[in-house]
Design a protein around this ligand. Structure first.
Ligand code: FES
Length: 267
């Protein structure tokens, strides 16, 4: 790995195609959208998606890309609505992505063509919603069921997503209490509490961390998340200055090999 892999957009674009487009990606905890009409808009590894709970109670993941001019339909991080109205020219879509209509001046020339938002394959594993752009990707498995969902802490980190992964895996021997689900999710169990750390690579220098708490008090984990954020931002400064990580365990080593393999595959 080189310092530019942590600090430049070219590497992120390569990762978008070679890593994120070929794996199941976690997008949120299912319990974050409990009611019909609830939605979240998230960009994961450069892929902008909307997660919805439709009136039938089902979860959907839609590409956040209007069929009119390929612009993002939703521009807010989340909320509750009956349908989506594209903020650019007013095309509307239901919570399953079905095209509902458009103002006459911008109506589609061919009304019989498919104008629906692209619906992505999803699966829900241990309360976490995953989507994939490649439905043949190996499916994630998080093992035994988790305790009841308590809440999610959202932490914005000014660091490349790989730094966040490295900090999660550093010094981590593989054990029954810690499961790594490449490329973006870790699960650790402590007694009756399970913590799912979900990494959301937003841009090459902005990463969101969802800390989903199952079976405990979510707010109690906020100070830990703040320390984690500070550590990652310090590490990011080191990577940009050329201080590279040391593979101190099998998980970290395998992660770096996968990233290098992805870079090699598209060069
Ligand atoms: S880009 Fe969405 S309505 Fe025009």
């Amino acid at each position: 790995m080189k310092s530019e892999d942590y600090a430049q957009g070219d590497a992120f674009q390569a990762e978008k195609r070679a890593i994120f487009a070929s794996q199941w990606l976690p997008v949120c905890a299912e319990a974050q959208i409990p009611k019909a009409g609830d939605f979240l808009s998230v960009t994961v590894g450069g892929w902008s998606v909307i997660v919805t709970r439709d009136p039938a109670g089902n979860v959907n993941v839609l590409r956040n890309m209007c069929r009119h001019q390929n612009m993002p339909v939703v521009g807010v991080p989340g909320g509750n609505c009956e349908n989506f109205r594209c903020r650019f020219h007013g095309w509307t879509f239901d919570l399953q992505g079905k095209f509902l209509g458009a103002p006459p001046p911008v109506a589609p020339r061919d009304p019989s063509a498919n104008h629906d938002l692209i619906v992505l394959p999803i699966l829900i594993e241990a309360g976490i919603v995953f989507f994939s752009l490649d439905s043949f990707a190996p499916k994630p498995s998080l093992g035994a069921a988790l305790p009841a969902y308590s809440g999610t802490i959202v932490t914005e980190i000014a660091a490349n997503w790989k730094v966040v992964v490295e900090h999660l895996l550093e010094g981590r021997p593989s054990s029954d209490d810690f499961a790594w689900q490449p490329p973006l999710l870790a699960l650790r169990r402590t007694g009756s509490v399970a913590i799912v750390e979900q990494i959301v690579p937003h841009t090459f220098l902005r990463t969101r961390l969802f800390t989903h708490v199952f079976g405990g008090e979510a707010d109690g984990h906020k100070p830990i998340a703040e320390v984690f954020k500070t550590d990652c931002e310090v590490l990011q400064g080191g990577r940009a200055a050329g201080t590279m990580p040391v593979d101190d365990n099998a998980l970290l080593s395998a992660f770096h090999q996968e990233v290098e393999k992805a870079y090699a595959g598209i060069s």
